[in-house]
Design a protein around this ligand. Sequence first.
Ligand SMILES: Nc1ncnc2c1ncn2[C@@H]1O[C@H](COP(=O)(O)OP(=O)(O)OP(=O)(O)O)[C@@H](O)[C@H]1O
Ligand SMILES: [Mg+2]
Length: 387
Amino acid sequence: MNSPLANFTADHRTLLAAAAEAAGFADPIAFDPESLLYTLVGNAVRGRFVPLHGAFIRDWDTHGRRYWPGMQYGLRVYTLRGVTFVRAVLGEAANQPTAGYDVFVVDRKDYLKLYRIGLQLSRERTPAEPPVMTAAHRDTLWRNTVDFLAPDNLKRITGYGGRAKRGLLLTGPPGNGKTSACRWIRSEAAQRGWVAKSVTPDDYQAARRSCSPAAAVRELFDAGGRGVVFFDDLDIALRDRDAVKETDDQAVFLSALDGITVTEGVVYVFTTNCPVDLIDPAFRRPGRIDLTLHFPKPDADLRRQLVSRWHLELRTAVGVETVVANTAGMSFAEIDELKNLLVLRFLDSNEWDWAWAQEQFRENRDGLANRRADRTVGFAVSANGKH
Ligand SMILES: Nc1ncnc2c1ncn2[C@@H]1O[C@H](COP(=O)(O)OP(=O)(O)OP(=O)(O)O)[C@@H](O)[C@H]1O
Ligand SMILES: [Mg+2]
């Protein structure tokens, strides 16, 4: 049968099979990213070109190079947060019902994951607010990330023989803004059209377990362009092996960090709530980590700034100074939880009951601590002798 439909279908099968071969997909699925196209392609790391049946036509269009794959005929491989996908393009196809083909292909096992990543990234395009921190602290973070990556600045740095690469370590006890700061910088980078890549502890573990760990870990550090790579909560790779008796071999991690060649300017941001003295000194040395920023629990002034972001009705009912005085020694996240309890109570009782919120907060926390103490580990036998 030689109907246009049969040809059309056969062409798509050919593209699907070629993409599967190029990227090693066991079960390829074609999709159209529609409104997520710019989000997917704009955030992905552009990989290699692959000819189609031995043929390849490059496209010299200099407009929109970030989104257009740079070819009229062939395949391009991309990776986005550890997921590989392929864009297959046949610019002009005579006697076909459409002007040409532009098909995205992903392995079935990653299909939903890629969709979710696309959705999540598209939500992140809304600008994030900086977390509460001192002006000096915020300035330092800004100068070492966004200002550092500004094209003019990088040109001057590299012109004088400086490095286009920077490493930042954000430390501090849980719930004081490390991840929030990353979210803010990520959104600023994304708005400038720079790469904003996140490497999760799972990504790292998967790379370590892969058949060529050194190459896979190196790949994690590859931003594929100007931008920021975030390693949030990567304690396992950062800890001092002698102090904590970790079995993880940091050599792979450290040599990947050293070995990466950066041409366009990259900032690596690592976060951990592991105390600084437990972090591998080899990791912290200049050239790997250029700056450590500590995120401590907030003092009265920072607590006041946090509360001043609360809804006016809450602030007026409870009083900013009362909250500031009653929350000494708490983390930002804990103060946030107090506010949350206050609001929930208001919805129930129509009253702003600060004393209740504090009491409930203590109860929840103590309850949690007790439950932790009671918790049996493993397959405990219950009182009636049953499992
Ligand atoms: N500096 C801050 N300003 C405003 N809100 C904050 C700040 N720090 C924490 N919070 C609140 O607490 C929540 C948790 O904070 P975040 O995830 O940034 O903590 P973290 O330092 O990364 O903690 P962890 O070490 O547990 O990963 C945030 O979503 C936010 O609501
Ligand atoms: Mg965090």
